[in-house]
Design a protein around this ligand. Sequence first.
Ligand code: AMP
Length: 175
Amino acid sequence: MNNKFSSKSAVSKSKYYPVYLSFGSNINNRKRNIEKALAELARNNINQIKISSYYKTSPVGPEQRDFYNLVGKFKTYLTPKELLNRIKEIENYLGRVKTVKWGPRIIDMDILFYSNKIIKEKKLTVPHKEIQNRLFILQPLNEISPNLIHPIYKKQIKTLLKITLTKFNDTVTKI
Ligand code: AMP
């Protein structure tokens, strides 16, 4: 058979999932690094739907420069594992060098949500396990998708943000 319904790849590629990714950078030109990561995603079948503003965040861990952070909603037909591998490849391509835990980085990309899937594997936890503790994720997420429901906590992002604001007072400023 040779019609568009017989091709395996055409079938699998018709299934796009919404995913949310986070971005952080605190080395060199921080905004430019995040822009480059966004451009690489677009070249890798991870299509942008909407992105937040940039936010400036005081760092956790060792003394270092402020981070620029952003979150985005994308759609992709990559599986969660393929998506993780792809974003790690892009981090390496953009020159990320592993240093100390929570140390400075050219680019850090994480998967926040993959549709409403819950994944607990050795190398991948989705939703990302720190969402509810990180204002630099919740604030930009609240800007683009306040009504999105966290599939484990069963709460909207705007509600999680309100709760987290009562617990942490890190400085996260929209720029
Ligand atoms: P990082 O320091 O942010 O680059 O993350 C280190 C490791 O966390 C990665 O190599 C992944 O295997 C693992 N990991 C687990 N869950 C996630 C997730 N939701 N997004 C990105 N990395 C994850």
